[in-house]
Design a protein around this ligand. Structure first.
Ligand code: SAM
Length: 662
């Protein structure tokens, strides 16, 4: 079988897969979809095919669709030196340097439906955040006309617009659409995506998300305070949003509970046991305090679970004031000072009778004296914390968190998110062993949050981060530029260098906090996208003409390694998984997940017989596919290998595919 190197590496069209799986009868033998047959599958009242549709259109939408499905123009390269370091060798966390659309496409095979949670914080297109549309596709109008199924005049307008360094809504949508489209394919069926955004593109984002994920899969929108707006505006905007969609809303948990809910069960069980054993309140409290101290590790840093009484363990308190205008007004006498307690501004939430009953039941907490407002105890058994649409977080802590990691740099990154925001989202909406993806990594907050949350709750989450090697502008951020240049020794500082260093520093800080980390994964592996070789005719449709044109003799060992990493990822091996080098009488082949790659030159007949002997004798070596780099073999050679493998496989009654890639 002959294949082209990169033309195969494109994001899958999940919709076609689904249609083929369920409506195979609606495809003809060349794989074309027959809409008329499909319509006949349904009675008229089941689906109204003629309903007017509603959606978002913009100049560039057809181009964006082409971008979502056209093949990659890069290879993936590994940072061997970094990845071989002790702390990174076995890590399953990844940081990938490059344009995220290329990265997502590279990942789209081996991480297809593997990711549990995506968080992204894309450019908001504020007009001040330097967002302009750019890409390196150089389609001609007639190529685009064919690819996008549009007329040539529209194709020319689109090309003109994409080359105009625009930051219009259309430009932003053209940038976001293909990325979101491919990202969705990486999500599991019960997967979810959170996207940070502000008012500049919120409406546009909602509409394309409705289109890509489906309006019925909108989960909710969170607002959170992040800045103090000092601009003279009618309404001071001091918040931004995180919107959330699921792949399939029916598959996600019915409602998200804080991970504290796990602790709740433990507390309720212990509470019941102690309450029934110790009728004396003082003894009860002292036994509980003893148990609490002994189990501090398991209970985490939740000091507030310190109290127990006949209602069990209480987890905190709730105010009894009335949030509206007209609460109930009456006096509550403080039990010790015998004076009326301070009445809340809006009065009480409950009528006096209810309040008296609560006092009688001992669930009201009085302050030291009558000047403190009374509160109600909230017991562990009644405790569930839902993910609320309003986050009471001060977004400015993000900058302080970075300052702690980089004390010598005035401002290493503008507007980082806070670790706390990410931790909340992951703890509520995810599981402890989630694979979490952020393809607009910035300063790496998501990676930091994954490591810290794992530390806090014993989880085993993994992260994949992607970040563009965007140059740091010395004029705009001198401190960051100089830090990367002087302290990290990098001539051309980029944001990627900051992402990487932040993860390293954050891991160090976690080690300082806790020396007993067990199996906590604090390392990460680095990969980068690298342009495909000069002269390699990417868009050549004719494999044979491409083979003739390309001069492989210029390829270095490093180029070949990049090819190997790209192929193994395309063939489904996770990036964190390494290959084993197999010696076959002086020729090195690379083996991973039952695939053997013959990338190097000079594979002889002798090497072939050693290879077959090895398959015979080594029970850990069972290639089901052998993949050769066509340029390093002559056609006679290839025929010979194919025939020998075929007859060997027939003799042994096993399947081995022999694939040649160019
Ligand atoms: C708003 S910042 C993310 C900040 C991040 N959440 C944090 O807390 O630090 C967006 C980041 O996406 C990066 N970016 C923009 N376009 C990209 C692309 N095509 N591929 C990868 N990263 C990109 C920018 O360089 C920037 O660092």
């Amino acid at each position: 079988m002959e294949q082209n190197i990169t033309n195969n590496i494109k994001a899958k069209n999940k919709n076609i897969d689904v249609l083929k799986r369920h409506f195979g009868q609606c495809f003809d033998k060349s794989g074309n979809f027959d809409l008329e047959k499909f319509k006949q599958e349904f009675s008229e009242n089941e689906i109204d095919f003629y309903k007017e549709s509603y959606g978002l259109d913009w100049l560039g939408k057809s181009y964006a669709r082409v971008l979502a499905s056209d093949p990659v123009t890069t290879l993936l390269k590994e940072d061997d030196q970094f990845n071989q370091k002790e702390e990174n060798k076995v890590s399953e966390n990844l940081l990938i340097n490059g344009d995220n659309l290329e990265i997502l496409k590279h990942l789209s095979n081996c991480y297809y439906e593997q990711v549990n949670l995506i968080y992204i914080d894309p450019p908001y297109n504020t007009g001040k955040d330097d967002f302009v549309y750019q890409d390196n596709r150089n389609f001609t109008a007639s190529e685009l006309k064919k690819l996008a199924g549009i007329d040539e005049e529209k194709a020319s307008r689109i090309i003109e617009f994409t080359q105009s360094k625009s930051n219009s809504h259309s430009a932003w949508l053209t940038f976001m659409y293909p990325r979101l489209y491919v990202a969705k394919q990486l999500l599991k069926e019960d997967g979810i995506i959170f996207i940070s955004i502000d008012d500049n593109e919120l409406s546009q984002l909602r509409l394309i998300m409705d289109e890509i994920f489906g309006e019925e899969n909108f989960v909710g929108k969170i607002i959170w305070k992040n800045v103090t707006d000092n601009n003279p505006s009618n309404i001071a905007t001091e918040h931004e949003y995180v919107i959330c969609y699921s792949v399939n809303k029916n598959k996600i948990a019915p409602f998200w509970k804080s991970s504290l809910s796990d602790i709740k069960e433990l507390l309720v069980e212990k509470g019941n046991e102690l309450v029934s054993k110790y009728p004396d309140q003082e003894e009860l409290q002292s036994q509980y305090t003893k148990w609490f101290r002994e189990n501090k590790n398991q209970l985490g840093e939740l000091d507030r679970y310190k109290y127990i009484d006949k209602g069990g363990i209480y987890t905190g308190s709730q105010s009894v004031h009335n949030p509206g205008k007209d609460g109930y007004r009456y006096d509550i006498i403080h039990p010790r000072t015998k004076r009326p307690c301070k009445e809340p501004l809006m009065g009480y939430r409950f009528p006096q009778e209810t309040m008296n009953k609560m006092i009688e039941d001992g669930i009201i907490i009085f302050g030291k004296n009558e000047n403190k407002l009374v509160e109600i105890k909230v017991y562990a058994k009644d405790y569930t914390q839902k993910l609320s649409s309003v986050f009471q977080l001060d977004g400015r802590i993000g900058a302080n968190e970075l300052k702690e990691l980089f004390p010598s740099v005035k401002k290493i990154f503008t507007n980082p998110k806070t670790v706390k925001l990410l931790q909340e989202l992951m703890a509520f909406a995810g599981q402890k062993d989630d694979l979490i993806l952020d393809f607009f990594a910035g300063s790496g907050t998501t990676g930091d949050a994954v490591m810290r949350l794992n530390l806090d709750d014993g989880g085993n989450r993994k992260f994949i981060l992607a970040q563009l090697p965007e140059r740091i502008d010395k004029k705009k951020n001198k401190a960051a530029f100089e830090f990367v240049q002087k302290e990290l020794g990098i001539d051309t500082p980029t944001i990627f260098d900051i992402t990487k260093e932040r993860l390293i520093q954050s891991a160090k800080r976690i080690q300082e906090i806790d020396s007993d980390l067990g199996a906590l994964d604090l390392g990460f592996k680095i990969f980068e996208t690298t342009s495909i070789w000069e002269d390699y005719e990417l868009n050549s449709e004719e494999l044979t003409s491409q083979i003739k044109l390309f001069d492989e003799s210029k390829l270095s060992q490093e180029d070949l390694k990049a090819l190997l990493v790209t192929w193994k990822t395309y063939d489904g091996s996770p990036l964190s998984e390494t290959y084993t080098e197999y010696d076959m009488g002086g020729y090195s082949g690379y083996y991973v997940n039952n695939k053997l790659y013959l990338i190097n030159k000079d594979f002889s007949t002798e090497n072939l017989s050693i290879l077959l002997e090895k398959i015979d004798s080594d029970k850990d070596f069972n290639p089901t596919s052998i993949i050769a780099f066509g340029y390093h073999f002559d056609s006679k050679n290839l025929r010979e290998i194919a025939e020998n493998i075929k007859s060997y496989a027939n003799k042994k009654n096993i399947d081995i595919d022999f694939i040649t890639r160019y």
